[in-house]
Design a binder for this molecule. Structure first.
Ligand code: NAI
Length: 334
């Protein structure tokens, strides 16, 4: 039986990198019925509907999505469909493995960076609750709940336990946001007590940012509320070679939607030069989730081989290959 997957190309570089990831997955031999679902800024502007029912219907059927980025206008316009999708399907855990790849020249070439970010994905300042109290005075509401904080902490510790990870670091600003981040931290501590064999540490987010740049190899599992998780993800991507190579998954109890950390990259969209590695590695996570472990391992190894050979990598990581040339090289390596 083929697997059914909802493929959301998105916009910007989304259609280019998702087509590349689809070709790479098909080349593993795993049979997939791709249900293509349109979700992009043009469609949202044209229809006035931010989350078309067809996308939700497809995901409710397949329960698995591979998603390209979708542009969100800045400082006005429609609100983020990415955030809406995560809330609607309760994709509460954003999982982002940040791992060094061979052959990429970074400032940290001599150290192995191997961390996994667990970002709460449904609340915090992403609640979208903002008010203009009086002209020129605006408030934004940070929502932190026991339920969501415990769920992400439990997800991170369970992952650490099942994958032989040694340390979980909860990242917060509870010295200032004593109630909100204080609650997040209390939930992390409570969950940590159920996993005494895993070291538990806490770091204030500003210090954590500095430590990440100074000593990235000392981090293992990072556990963060939504906003810090978003910012720290891009910082961590910068340590291993940039947004072009860091994958991710939005996990709920029923649904799973796999997508890169990066956005729609309008500066390079349509030029055929985007790096599809992050999308392909998101597809590797998807294959693992589907229990297609052998195909996942083969695709991962093929990507690493292309990086180790340094002949067909894209411009963002110092190469000269196009999206298509990189994809062809991965498929050849498979
Ligand atoms: P971005 O991640 O799109 O781009 C940041 C920089 O990284 C750009 O210079 C871009 O060219 C580069 N880059 C990103 N992905 C790349 C790739 N695969 N290959 C080569 N270079 C790559 O972030 P930005 O510019 O802040 O956001 C653009 C739009 O994307 C915004 O509308 C934002 O809201 C949206 N966005 C959507 C996300 C999603 O759908 N999950 C996530 C993040 C941003």
């Amino acid at each position: 039986m083929p697997h059914s997957v909802t493929l959301i190309p998105g916009d910007g570089i989304g259609p280019e990198v998702s087509a590349a990831a689809r070709r790479a997955v098909d080349a593993t031999g795993v049979r997939i019925d791709w249900e293509v679902a349109e979700l992009n800024s043009d469609l949202i502007i044209k229809t006035g509907v931010s989350l078309p029912p067809s996308v939700l219907e497809s995901l409710n059927r397949t329960l698995i999505g591979l998603k390209g980025p979708v542009t969100t206008p800045i400082g006005g316009g429609f609100s983020s469909v990415n955030v809406a999708l995560r809330k609607k399907l309760d994709l509460y855990a954003n999982v982002r493995p940040v791992h060094s790849l061979p052959g990429i020249a970074t400032r940290f070439q001599d150290v192995l960076i191997d961390m996994v970010i667990f970002r709460e994905n449904t609340e915090d300042l992403y609640s979208g609750i903002e008010h203009e109290v009086v002209p020129d005075v605006v408030t934004g509401i940070k929502v932190i709940t026991r339920v969501a904080s415990t769920k992400i902490a439990e997800y991170a510790f369970r992952y650490a336990h099942l994958n032989g990870r040694k340390k979980v670091t909860a990242i917060h600003k509870a010295n200032i946001m004593k109630l909100a981040d204080g609650l997040f931290l209390r939930c992390c501590r409570e969950v940590s007590e159920r996993y005494p064999h895993i070291e538990y540490k806490e770091l204030i987010v500003d210090n954590a940012s500095m430590q990440l740049v100074m000593r990235p190899e000392t981090f293992d599992i990072l556990l963060l509320p939504n906003l810090y998780g978003d910012i720290v993800s891009d910082l961590a991507a910068g340590l291993v070679g940039g947004l072009g190579i860091v994958p991710g998954a939005n996990m709920g109890d029923r649904h799973a939607v796999f997508e890169a950390v990066h956005g729609s990259a309008p500066d390079i969209a349509g030029k055929g030069i985007a790096n599809p590695t992050a999308m392909m590695l998101s597809a590797v996570m998807m294959l693992t989730h589907m229990k297609e472990t052998d195909a996942a391992k083969r695709l991962h190894a093929a990507i690493e081989k292309v990086y180790a050979e340094k002949k067909h990598t894209t411009g963002d990581v110092g190469g000269t290959a196009t999206t298509e040339e990189f994809t062809n090289a991965v498929i050849a390596a498979l």
